[in-house]
Design a protein around this ligand. Structure first.
Ligand code: PXP
Length: 391
């Protein structure tokens, strides 16, 4: 991880650690390049007072302290460890309260200040240096103001349609489900119209296009039939995925490296219809390089191997792969999405990766909805059976 954030506080105040970690990652990368690394300690007043006294010979707590690090012997080539920043959550909270700010905003400002020190600025040297450091901090704040501090969450409603298709009837309706998903605050709706129409139907896509208020992301194979349909329906974005009839779900990413010309042609046709395009790819360097040559706007990185990894070491390894590929894609100018197999245990770690702008999650959310909704559903049926009323 380029930024390692550690919280060491017996009773930390309420703040958003995902947002903070993303903000630190964005700033570090913008200010010191993709290979830079640093660590942040979020401590209490007691700990920061101790650090202040031991290392700086100063008395009492403070808000932020930076420790720059000279290059170390044996440091990996290209890797640039800037140093450590310690922030007191207690002082930050008091300062946020006094200034009428959210604690998250104050923490970002303190990180900006600490980072400016690590970049060589020092306001204590005199008025000229103070003005220079203030300018650097303003630049960093401007960078942050243009970035997404929280990723978008788009929900795939295919599995609602899967349950409907099990009986071939009308319920549950994925269009209604999409409305509820939006009411709950999701940033977008995703559906995959498969060639065999095993779950989502053409009627669903038409109605979703009319009713979705956020963004409609249509996943589809790059076939002539689907390209024509997309041009007619005009979703907000198309994600091109590979499709095999016998697969249970989209098992791998598009092999863009092997089919670059045809993918580029499909991207061109969708662009001609005014539709931005995302390519669903495995976390492999050559696939992302090939994707960049097709003219696509986004890549959605397949997170299945990370989600399926068993032991913690394998999970870490897959996470590192995803991080490296997300950075590669971002450097190539892509907007980066991620999805497949993400659930209530493995998503938060990825959500802190500032390069990933959007998550596409389906199965875990629909599965949980079945379970958390089951008690109410049974009670309503019990009321009918026992008392003749659902009320
Ligand atoms: N992204 C793509 C491209 C997919 O094909 C799927 C599966 O339909 C998902 C995300 C969502 O995966 P899951 O249902 O495992 O959350």
């Amino acid at each position: 991880m380029p930024v390692l954030v550690r919280t060491d506080h017996p009773d930390p105040p309420c703040f958003n650690p995902v947002r903070f970690t993303r903000a630190c990652g964005i700033l570090l990368r913008a200010a010191a390049g993709p290979e830079a690394e640093l660590s942040v300690l979020l401590a209490d007043d007691r700990e920061i007072a101790r650090i202040n006294e031991v290392w700086l010979g100063r008395c009492g707590p403070t808000n932020v302290i930076s420790f720059g690090q000279a290059e170390q012997p044996g440091q990996e080539a290209g890797c640039r460890i800037l140093g450590d920043i310690a922030i007191s959550l207690d002082t930050a909270r008091r300062e946020a309260g006094a200034a009428g700010l959210e604690l998250d905003q104050r923490l970002e400002s303190l990180f900006v200040h600490g980072l400016a020190h690590l970049l060589g600025e020092d306001h204590e040297l005199g008025p000229a240096e103070e003005a220079r450091m203030a300018g650097q901090e303003r630049r960093l704040h401007t960078i942050l103001s243009k970035e997404k501090l929280m990723a978008d969450l788009c929900i795939n409603v295919d599995h609602v349609a899967t349950v409907r298709q099990a009986r071939g009837g009308r319920e549950p309706d994925p269009v209604l489900a999409a409305g509820l998903v939006e009411l709950a605050g999701a940033d977008g709706i995703v559906t995959h119209l498969r060639e065999d129409r095993r779950h989502i139907q053409d009627r669903d896509i038409r109605l979703l296009r009319e009713t979705v208020q956020t963004r409609l992301n249509l996943e589809m194979a790059a076939t002539g039939e689907m390209l024509a349909l997309a041009a007619a329906i005009r979703p907000d974005i198309v994600t091109l995925v590979p499709e095999r009839r016998e697969e249970l779900t989209t098992e791998g990413g598009l092999d863009v490296a092997r089919t670059e010309a045809s993918v580029a042609e499909a991207v061109g046709r969708l662009h001609d219809a005014g539709i931005p395009v995302s390519l669903f790819v495995d976390p492999e360097e050559r696939q992302i390089d090939a994707a960049a040559r097709t003219g696509a706007d986004c890549v959605e990185i397949h997170t299945g191997r990370y989600a399926d990894a068993g032991d913690p070491e394998a999970v870490d390894q897959e996470f590192d792969h995803l991080l490296a590929r997300a950075r590669q894609a971002r450097d190539l100018g892509f907007r980066v999405h991620a999805g497949h197999g993400l659930n209530y245990r493995n998503t938060a770690r990825l959500a802190a990766v500032s390069e990933i702008e959007e998550f596409s999650i389906g199965h875990a959310v629909v599965s949980r909805a079945v379970l958390v909704g089951l008690t109410a559903a049974v009670r309503e049926m019990l009321a009918l059976v026992k008392r003749g009323s659902a009320g």
